[in-house]
Design a protein around this ligand. Structure first.
Ligand code: DC
Length: 211
């Protein structure tokens, strides 16, 4: 089984992806980490973010072992990931890795922006997770605060709005719901509530019924 989860920044798709994978015994890939790794390589190399050749090279030489680097989760790396992920050559270089991951037994949950539309158009279940920008900013703020990071909620909201605009308006694989995706609004849901709703969607899809 392949479950595709897409949605904007801090919508809860990552947590949901991880939990759904554990629940169904599937592998999990947070595809945002891939673009974040490319972003970090560009930053560490001191390369201009417009350098398509360097960005494509970084994408082609990705090291999966580096995905656990906590630096990948920083706000700056997220911002740069949103910029380099708009480069079509970067996306093309990362396509096969993601599709191979999805196709390997016993199946997988992938979360990102274009999983249901580009990476796994034939996924068994597609979930498009949404939440208001304000709720997403609050969640991110609490996450950063728990890590002792000095952040302002207003800055996080501004960052989220900027990233939403960039991720949805780019020409290459923009963030959008696949026509056959089920929209899951987590604005008023906690993690357990979102998980409950997601499992219900998966179960209905598995039973061959239309939710
Ligand atoms: O999900 P995230 O915040 O870790 O993603 C960081 C950026 O990477 C996001 O702003 C856009 C890009 N991204 C993408 O273009 N396609 C994906 N499948 C996942 C992430």
């Amino acid at each position: 089984m392949i479950i595709a989860i897409d949605g904007p920044a801090a919508s809860g798709k990552g947590t949901l992806g991880k939990k759904l994978a554990a629940h169904y015994g599937l592998r999990h890939l947070d595809t945002g980490l891939i673009y974040r790794a490319v972003a970090l390589a560009m930053l560490e190399g001191g390369h201009p973010l417009t350098d398509v050749v360097r960005a494509e090279h970084a994408a082609k030489s990705l090291d999966i072992d580096s995905f656990s680097n906590p630096e990948l989760k920083s706000a700056r790396v997220g911002e740069v990931a949103s910029i380099v992920s708009a480069i079509p050559q970067v996306r093309a270089a990362l396509l096969k890795f993601q599709q191979d991951f999805a196709a390997s037994p016993p199946g997988a949950v992938l979360d990102g922006r274009d999983i249901g539309t580009v990476i796994c158009p034939d996924a068994d279940v597609k979930i498009f997770v949404v939440a208001t920008p304000e709720v997403r900013a609050t969640r991110r703020y609490l996450e950063f605060k728990a890590q002792g990071l000095p952040v302002m909620q207003a800055d996080i909201l501004a960052d989220i709005l900027k990233r939403d605009a960039r991720d949805t308006s780019r020409a290459a694989a923009p963030l959008k719901a696949a026509p056959d995706a089920h929209v899951l609004d987590t604005t008023a849901l906690d993690v357990d509530g979102a998980m409950h709703a997601a499992i219900a969607l998966v179960e209905r899809a598995r039973a061959g019924r239309n939710p």
